[in-house]
Design a binder for this molecule. Structure first.
Ligand SMILES: Cc1cc2nc3c(=O)[nH]c(=O)nc-3n(C[C@H](O)[C@H](O)[C@H](O)COP(=O)(O)OP(=O)(O)OC[C@H]3O[C@@H](n4cnc5c(N)ncnc54)[C@H](O)[C@@H]3O)c2cc1C
Length: 434
């Protein structure tokens, strides 16, 4: 398995290049092996390193640590989501369980940045669920009822107020939630790499090729070596399925995004000099669009079934055209050529949008499938799956395990047909807001 990420993500390219990168070049034994060094794997390694400072913990990644989805997402640390259909009373209880997990996720990231004094452009500015279609107010009023019952501070906004706040006349209706944070995802994940405990060996560009378990010993094969370990945690999110983990419960989806250069003073004035903001779509396939602290505009408006291992430059360029159009629709006064970078990233989904957090076998654990909430939930699940793997319990694990469990998915080719069909339908429904 060879994962080839594009090297064009501005979040990652904002950071100083890393040094001291090691890959696995020999056979090793360890107490713990963690596969995948995004928010989940890094948090699991940090937690285990703190719990067992004298044990050997190996953390591997197929590419550079933190340069998968964790370094290339849109940077919304969410307290609530709208896109999973939890807008009826019948689902209130499940929705509450979901937001309890989000809340723990926000707290765990907050604690991390406070403990390690991390600068990741943290801004508790809330977020907007917005639509260009006035008739979507119905969906938002319904959602507002749910939020009211659960005590989330929010309010509905219409066109005039929105244009002042966002600097765009595009949106006609929105629901603003006070909770939720915007941040720089690359800076956050880099900090998680930088503070790894001393007893964690990080091997990068080291893809797990195959693994097997005999008599409670797990043997893992890499291109240039083998690791024999007592316990293993799979934290590969969009690549859980390709490693055979919970394969009938998750599937990868590829997203693409683009970001502009910082707007000039004149360009920024032309859109009314708004404060930093983040908009999430009302329909799942609408665009996520964000104004960053340093006046860049980020847009993510694709989600598709695609080969998760690689997206070619020409395929990425095609998607970037859609993103330029999305920015132009919202900011017609800005020049055409301001997009500086476009990139792709892979996430993992389940049928009912529920996450995987599981002991798969005696010594085998997995966490993933966070959809658009992986910053907080991935960090939380990473720490908690490490605790679960030590056979301990916590109040966080109790909350996590009270959620709905992921539901079964049909095998391919039925799965791919079904998902593709659904995405086409959702894209059609969201067509005005892409
Ligand atoms: C464009 C985009 C926008 C998003 N926006 C948001 C957002 O605004 N807010 C939010 O909360 N979430 C968002 N997400 C989702 C979020 O990024 C993910 O949920 C989160 O990063 C998952 O973290 P992770 O550590 O579980 O997985 P990843 O960061 O994907 O890490 C998994 C790692 O496993 C490695 N790996 C895979 N296979 C192997 C193997 N065989 N051997 C070794 N290593 C392997 C990969 O190289 C990868 O680095 C977005 C994602 C994308 C792509």
């Amino acid at each position: 398995m060879n994962i080839v990420n594009d090297s064009t993500c501005s979040w990652i390219n904002d950071l100083p290049p890393r040094t001291n990168i090691k890959s696995l070049q020999s056979n090793e034994d360890s107490e713990w092996l963690i596969i995948g060094a995004g928010y989940t794997g890094l948090s699991a390694a940090r937690k285990l390193g703190q719990l067992y400072p004298n044990q050997k913990i190996i953390l591997v990644d197929a590419q550079l640590a933190g340069e998968g989805a964790s370094g290339r997402n849109s940077g919304y640390l969410v307290d609530t989501t709208l896109n999973d259909g939890f807008t009826s009373n019948k689902d209130l209880d499940n929705y509450k369980k979901k937001t309890d997990i989000y809340n723990l996720g926000i707290n765990v990231v907050k604690k991390f940045i406070n403990d390690y004094q991390v600068d990741c452009d943290w801004n508790e500015c809330g977020k907007y669920f917005a639509s260009s279609k006035k008739e979507d107010e119905k969906i938002l009023r319904n959602f507002s009822d749910t939020l009211k019952k659960l005590g989330f501070t929010h309010n509905l906004l219409s066109n005039n107020e929105l244009s002042k706040r966002l600097g765009s006349n595009f949106y006609n209706v929105a629901l603003y939630t006070k909770g939720g944070v915007l941040l720089h995802p690359g800076k956050l994940v880099r900090a998680m790499i930088d503070v790894l405990p001393k007893n964690v060996c990080l091997y990068e560009n080291s893809s797990l090729l195959s693994w097997s378990e005999t008599k409670d010993i797990i043997s893992c094969k890499f291109k240039n070596g083998r690791v024999i370990t007592k316990k293993i945690i799979f934290a590969t999110n969009g690549f859980l399925k390709s490693l055979g983990i919970k394969s009938n419960y998750n599937f990868p989806i590829t997203l693409t995004a683009s970001m502009t250069r910082p707007l000039t003073d004149d360009e920024f004035k032309s859109i009314g000099q708004p404060k930093e903001w983040g908009v999430l779509p009302i329909r799942p396939m609408g665009a996520t669009i964000r104004m960053t602290k340093d006046r860049r505009i980020l847009i993510r408006n694709t989600a598709e079934v695609h080969n998760p291992l690689k997206m070619s430059e020409s395929e990425l360029n095609k998607r970037a055209i859609n993103q330029k159009i999305g920015i132009k629709k919202r900011f017609p006064q800005l020049p055409e050529n301001i997009v500086k970078s476009s990139w792709s990233g892979v996430v993992s989904r389940t049928r009912n949008s529920s996450q995987i957090f599981e002991k798969i076998d005696n010594n085998i654990f997995a966490a993933g499938c966070y959809n658009g909430s992986g910053i907080g939930v991935g960090t939380l699940f990473g720490e908690q799956i490490a605790i679960k793997a030590t056979e301990e319990n916590s109040k966080e694990i109790k909350t996590i395990e009270a959620r709905r469990k992921p539901t079964w998915l049909p095998p391919n080719p039925f799965l791919n047909f079904g998902v593709k069909g659904r995405l086409i339908y959702e894209r059609f429904k969201a067509r005005s807001d892409i």
